[in-house]
Design a protein around this ligand. Structure first.
Ligand code: SF4
Length: 423
């Protein structure tokens, strides 16, 4: 099993104790003192979290005053995020193309957590992770077909912050804030703008809408990134949604476990698990994001019974090859995250340098299906511009009708077979 370098090395750190009690009754044939000892030891081990050597070295170099406790505090991570090219240039040496974007126009502001900066290559501007979060001059170039709201979400919004496109489910945009902004974000129009301060009061219309539409059985909470909200706000929202009888499942779309794994604290996880069935769709881009910290964050969530799925945007020069995608899918499964979607990159303004052809996406699917575990194969979709919804795309394995009611199919090795399609 080939592990990404970031999965390998880790240094233990101390975390807040869990609010669990030791088992009260022990079987009489076991020495209680040694059992308690063993329990306390296992509890201490369980409460230890990890910091990679790489992140530790970064912290010591650039934040010499900070303690591990600071680094592992998600508020500290947000407070110390890089928010300008000048700030970012303290940590990495920027290329000409990366320096030019300062003074954005339509594009997203910059924000990257110290944790995620610690994963960036200091000199190589072509490093995949770096390309996904550091603005470049190409963002100023608008290509035909690009749009500020490529999926026409505002058109399908019956009340503020709700997108109701599919019959039985809604998208609930509860914040416009993210701890790190992805340069290809579909919701550039709303994240990090005035619209980002959605706030608890502004949810009321959305909650009432869901309450009044009995056909809604599935609510996807997204934004922005919902896990950047305080536990109290998140719990308020989850409890309101959970109290609606016809809401069967709640999903949260987030990139926080990847860009700020410090946010996945035990109190957060203990709160989330009260609202089952709750699913998490985690936005991953590349296997290099699967660090020991991220793996640990996924493990905490999975151990709380939260099914984890991944969403990955297909991006030129970042993950548009079978090898890179396969590595990512394998890393996800090792972290108990089921690969869910690969998205064709939406034609949002200034995203031309990220987009691949659909053929490239299909070639990647061809290189996955049959060549690795079925669990490692997500669905490749194009979100139809103009609000048509997700359209799944697959390489063509059905070669059409043959004689006598047979159908000609091909397998992953391109071998042809006749199937009797006769009932
Ligand atoms: S985390 Fe999601 S919402 Fe935030 S910038 Fe990235 S793609 Fe956009």
């Amino acid at each position: 099993m080939e592990k990404s370098p970031n999965e390998k090395l880790a240094i233990p750190r101390q975390e807040l104790p869990e609010d669990e009690e030791p088992p009260s009754k022990q079987p009489s044939f076991i020495d209680e003192a040694s059992l308690l000892d063993e329990y306390l030891k296992s509890r201490t081990d369980r409460d230890k979290s990890l910091i990679s050597e790489r992140s530790l070295a970064f912290m010591q170099e650039f934040f010499p005053e900070a303690t591990l406790k600071d680094w592992n505090n998600w508020h500290w991570q947000i407070k110390n995020s890089a928010r300008s090219i000048q700030q970012l240039s303290r940590y990495i040496s920027l290329s000409d193309s990366e320096i030019k974007p300062d003074g954005n126009n339509h594009s997203l502001p910059l924000r990257i957590t110290p944790y995620y900066i610690s994963l960036l290559d200091r000199t190589n501007a072509d490093q995949p992770l770096r390309k996904s979060v550091v603005p470049v001059f190409d963002e100023f170039i608008i290509h035909p077909g690009e749009n500020a709201d490529p999926l026409s979400e505002e058109h399908d919004s019956p009340v503020e912050n709700i997108v109701h496109r599919y019959p039985d489910r809604v998208l609930f945009l509860v914040t416009g804030f993210c701890s790190t902004y992805c340069r290809y974000c579909t919701r550039t129009r709303m994240v990090a703008t005035d619209k980002c301060h959605v706030g608890v009061k502004a949810w009321e219309a959305g909650i009432n809408y869901i309450q009044n539409h009995k056909e809604i059985r599935d609510v996807l909470i997204s934004g922005g990134d919902p896990l950047t909200m305080p536990d109290l706000h998140l719990e308020y929202l989850l409890s309101r949604l959970r109290s609606i009888q016809h809401v069967e499942i709640i999903r949260i779309g987030t990139k926080v476990p990847v860009v700020m794994p410090q946010r996945i604290t035990r109190p957060l996880v203990n709160m989330l698990k009260k609202y089952h069935p709750l699913y998490l769709s985690i936005h991953f881009t590349h296997a290099d994001e699967m660090t020991v910290e991220v793996k640990e964050a996924c493990e905490k969530l999975a151990n709380a019974g939260i099914p984890l799925g991944s969403q990955t945007v297909l991006l030129k020069g970042i993950n548009n090859s079978v090898k890179v995608m396969k590595n990512l899918m394998h890393a996800l499964l090792r972290a108990r995250v089921k690969p869910y979607y690969i998205y064709q990159c939406d034609p949002v303004l200034g995203s031309g340098h990220f987009r691949t052809t659909i053929k490239e996406g299909l070639d990647i699917m061809e290189g996955l299906r049959g060549h690795t575990s079925g669990y490692a194969v997500p669905t490749y979709v194009v979100d139809a511009p103009g609000g048509g919804g997700k359209i799944p795309l697959l390489p063509d394995y059905n070669l059409g009708h043959a004689e006598n009611g047979y159908v000609k199919l091909r397998n992953f090795e391109n071998r042809e077979f006749l199937y009797p399609d006769i009932s």
